[in-house]
Design a protein around this ligand. Sequence first.
Ligand SMILES: NC(=O)c1ccc[n+]([C@@H]2O[C@H](COP(=O)([O-])OP(=O)(O)OC[C@H]3O[C@@H](n4cnc5c(N)ncnc54)[C@H](O)[C@@H]3O)[C@@H](O)[C@H]2O)c1
Length: 380
Amino acid sequence: MKQLRIGLIGYGFMGRTHSNAYRKVNNFFDLDHQCVLQAVCARDEAKVKAFALKWGYKSVETDWRKMIARPDIDAIDICTPNNSHAEIAIAAAKAGKMILCEKPLSMDGPEGRKMVAAVEKAKVPNIVWYNYRRVPAVSLAKQLIDEGKLGRVFHYRAKFLQDWTISPELPQGGAGLWRLDAKAAGSGVTGDLLAHCIDTAIWLNGSIERVNGMTETFIKERTHTLTGKVQKVAIDDACAFLARFKNGSLATFESTRYARGHKALYTFEINGEHASIAWDLHDLHRLQYFDHRDESKLRGWRSIHVSDSDHPYMKNWWVPGLQIGYEHSFIHQVADFVKGLETGKPAGPTFRDALETQNVCDAVLKSAKTQKWENVAKVK
Ligand SMILES: NC(=O)c1ccc[n+]([C@@H]2O[C@H](COP(=O)([O-])OP(=O)(O)OC[C@H]3O[C@@H](n4cnc5c(N)ncnc54)[C@H](O)[C@@H]3O)[C@@H](O)[C@H]2O)c1
């Protein structure tokens, strides 16, 4: 069996989900490559050593440049805050490494374009962790849409709601709170949460051409953890936008961290001439489906328990009726990435695919400033 030797950078939330995926993927998927936890990198030596011990990494680094230079690493996995993705990815591409990069691809479109150019010049396999595509119910939605079950699509609506930044006492910046610091995150909910909704939407319903957005920063100043000073908050706390897809359908998107009671309420709905589909992350193993072509007296919303062996990915897991969860979307992404290496048909979203999402985010943020409709830059 060939080896795929992983070098993971960043051991926070995503570092754990990815490590778990590499450890489990070969137990559940038949692949020609064995994922090997070769090295993990973070700046705190004691903490990174403890992480390596806990998860089974063979070695540690405290400087990502050293890790990229190592000949015994095949793939670099970027799990660091958004402002470091480009520098690490471009250096890794130059070193000829495969790259699995967390989302959003970059701080903005122009930076993302440089990353796309770097991986395509180096011809290195690349993927971005928009993992919700690989929740089996979401993959099933894609199958149903591709089979033409919906017919012409009229509407797409998505939201991603949280409630963890409502307190004005919450600082910005530093470990755990870099999402509130525009210098580390690029944007607020637009790049953090709506980027997921946009990736899924483009995957299911095609390109988005035009957007009209509004943003708000409810808490204008917060103490910065690193400087200790009260500083302006430069991220968007909430964002809502209208969009027009290339296929003529209309969309609404909404995201906030100020929706009391919601922790990670990612939902989408898509309405076509024959059928509608709805999905909710809080009930992620179910897909809601309504088909107008059903016999009228039986017509109604079906709640499909996506756990049967003919549902996407499910034959690799337990027996029909037993569901899986959030962590599995990452395992599926690793399995698809590795299969892509083996078949020569790369799994998406590639950096190029993810740039499209980045361009939509840029257009939304621009529109919020200009208060006009904005065209989404095309990925050339
Ligand atoms: N796919 C998803 O659903 C999803 C969910 C959460 C986060 N993310 C993305 O994953 C990335 C990381 O987010 P997170 O929630 O894991 O953050 P986190 O704060 O939990 O972890 C970030 C890690 O990066 C490390 N780090 C920062 N700078 C570094 C450097 N120069 N060298 C080495 N390590 C460094 C930190 O020490 C920390 O371990 C972000 O880009 C975020 O947008 C994606």
